[in-house]
Write a protein that binds this ligand. Structure first.
Ligand SMILES: [Zn+2]
Length: 286
């Protein structure tokens, strides 16, 4: 298990913790881009014999005063062998242990925000308790975009493999889920930023404090090379041309504000800044 990676963003204490990793088909991760281009960029050593790519499950803990916010909750630990071996192979379920390394108990968390409700982003929203599934953070307000919740509750043939109702329905039932629309504040200084494309209502999270900015991407991108190259977009995205516009807006803001970027699926901790020299964009890890 990774030790938490700590950063300071203005008055915020930020920690990146990992739920582990999943392995996804590298062709799907890279969409239209042919293997002869993505393989040298991503490194052959990062692709397994079944053409699968290792994807981190980086979650973010934001603290200031009495606020303890978790952005994204990884895969969780509720899955049977069908999910663990076929749909989302990998090694995961470590988020609560990582949280304990920050001296935090589930009861201490005051807010949870999801960029979208896919299974690899909302797994620890809930836990199994006896025969029931209940919210994992009993004292937290949970935030998700209303349109995303609608899409998750009414998946189509293409999206249903990644929306698991047990990750969000129990939170709605307990009255803890707050559905919001657009760039709403979840704790003081942390806002949703609309970044549609991966899903129609996908929203990243932005921290602003004392002139400093951090942006948690969610699945606006799936790895750092997709931050550097606007046209590299995954095949999972339901609206790829909308993703393209979201990525351009995001990259301009990230460069202008010298934002700390946290990339959900990069190798841990997935943090860095985007710089531009000679018209070429580069993601510099930190
Ligand atoms: Zn994802």
């Amino acid at each position: 298990m990774h030790e938490p990676a700590r950063y300071r963003v203005g008055a915020f204490d930020l920690a990146i913790i990992s739920d582990g990793f999943i392995k996804l088909d590298a062709g799907a991760v890279n969409g239209l881009i042919p293997k002869v281009l993505w393989e040298p960029a991503l490194g052959k050593e990062n692709i397994d014999e079944l053409n699968r790519m290792r994807m981190g499950l980086n979650c973010m803990v934001v603290r200031r005063g009495g606020d303890v916010l978790i952005v994204e909750t990884g895969m969780g630990d509720k899955h049977g062998p069908q999910v663990r071996e076929k749909i989302f192979p990998g090694d995961y379920g470590y988020l609560m242990g990582a949280l304990a390394k920050l001296d935090l108990r589930p009861e201490d968390v005051t807010a949870v925000a999801n960029t979208h409700l896919h299974a690899d982003h909302s797994g620890w929203n809930t836990v199994r308790k006896g025969s029931e599934v209940v919210p994992a953070f009993p004292n937290a307000r949970y935030f998700a975009q209303a349109g995303e919740y609608e899409a998750a509750m009414h998946p189509n043939e293409r999206t249903k493999a990644t929306y698991f109702a047990e990750n969000f329905e129990p939170v709605m039932r307990s009255g803890q889920l707050e559905l919001v629309t657009g760039e709403v504040e979840v704790i003081p200084g942390v806002h949703f930023m609309a970044t549609p494309g991966h899903t129609a209502d996908h929203a990243s999270l932005v921290l602003s404090s004392n002139g400093e900015t951090a942006i948690y991407t969610g699945d606006l991108v799936h790895h750092a090379t997709q931050i550097e190259r606007a046209a590299w977009i995954s095949a999972f995205d339901i609206l790829p041309l909308v993703t393209l516009e979201s990525k351009k807006r995001f990259a301009e803001r990230a460069i202008r504000e010298n934002a700390l970027i946290i990339c959900a699926h990069e190798s841990f901790p997935g943090a860095g800044r985007l710089v531009e020299d000679d018209g070429r964009r580069r993601f510099i890890r930190e």
